[in-house]
Design a protein around this ligand. Structure first.
Ligand SMILES: [Fe+2]
Ligand SMILES: [Fe+2]
Length: 317
């Protein structure tokens, strides 16, 4: 255990300054009275993997991206329930300590409440223009209870990974895709602006907790992180098939058996990339995890991630 940890107040102060500068409002900055237009994609092909469904018409590909985009917004609304609760729980450690760190965490929690409201709004707006029958049956409180039963070390690792992949998706593929809905792009532009600070706070808090964690407790936390990744994969699998159950009968034509099989497998592959692998492979996440774990522990995480790919191959066989 490293007991010499000193809270980096200046870094928390920079997060607060950026948070004040970026601050936005759901209605007056993001929505601005707009509605979704079914003519535009919600997510780029690089995230949805629509490119491998060469037999879909341009309009069918747009619809495919809208189904995945709707789930994308709902997934953030889901995970932000446990992220917000964890951040407020951690703020307790600073109540009578570093007041700058405390303010950074409180702002973070407040922003995640606003983001959940934004994603609920997006679900309402998409349901106005999309066919009935879409399902996203996860209870955010139930998921949060499962996640929050694990150690804070594991929860912060999962959270950092999520908040980094949000930024990666926006910067690398959502921001510059001219085919996307402007409203959908704006939602993720504004979200990205506040997530940058969140990822910094996640890392600082993860390192603070790590410094007070024994080798034995850390070893258990690594297993909990692997369990959490498995839980995310369980959600991803079920939602991918739920989204196919929605897309296939509402895409406007009967798909051949070959097409139907391809369409069914693609969201699972896309979601595993979106929600697990793009975060796990993010250089900043990978570096931080490597710094905080032994080679053997890191190997266990990598094996768990590799098995996701293996399952995919088995499912396709
Ligand atoms: Fe968020
Ligand atoms: Fe966040």
């Amino acid at each position: 255990m490293d007991t010499s940890y000193a809270i980096p107040t200046d870094r928390f102060a920079r997060c607060i300054a950026a948070s004040k500068r970026m601050r936005w409002d759901v209605e007056t900055d993001v929505i601005r009275g707009r509605r979704f237009d079914r003519a535009n994609k919600f997510l780029p092909d690089g995230l949805t993997l629509a490119g491998q469904l060469y037999f879909l018409s341009p309009d069918e590909k747009i619809y495919f991206s809208q189904v995945q985009g709707r789930t994308y917004a709902n997934m953030f609304g889901l995970v932000e329930r446990f992220i917000g609760a964890k951040v407020l729980e951690l703020s307790r450690d600073h109540w009578l300590g570093d007041q700058v760190a405390l303010e950074a965490l409180i702002r973070f929690g407040d922003e995640e409440l606003k983001h959940q409201a934004l994603f609920r709004r997006i679900e309402a707006l998409t349901s106005e223009v999309m066919p009935p029958g879409y399902r996203f049956d996860w209870d955010p409180n139930q998921i949060a209870a499962t996640v929050l039963s694990k150690s804070s070390w594991a929860v912060l690792a999962l959270t950092l990974h999520i908040e980094l992949f949000t930024q990666f998706h926006y910067r690398e593929s959502i921001r510059d895709d001219a085919d996307l809905s402007e409203l959908f792009q704006d939602v993720f532009m504004f979200h990205w602006k506040e997530e940058c600070q969140h990822a910094t706070v996640d890392e600082l808090e993860w390192r603070r907790l790590d410094a007070g964690t024994s080798a034995e407790a850390r070893d258990m936390a690594v297993d909990e992180l692997i369990e959490l990744v498995g839980a995310v994969d369980g959600i991803v699998q079920a939602q991918a098939f739920a989204d196919d159950d929605y897309f296939a009968p509402t895409c406007g034509r009967d798909l051949s058996a070959f097409e139907a099989d391809m369409v069914r497998q693609t969201p699972l592959e896309a979601y595993r990339f979106q929600y697990i692998l793009s975060g796990a492979r993010h250089p900043h996440f990978a570096r931080t995890l490597a710094e905080l774990t032994t080679k053997a522990q890191l190997g266990r995480v990598h094996d768990a991630l590799t098995s996701l790919g293996a399952e995919r191959l088995l499912a396709a066989a």
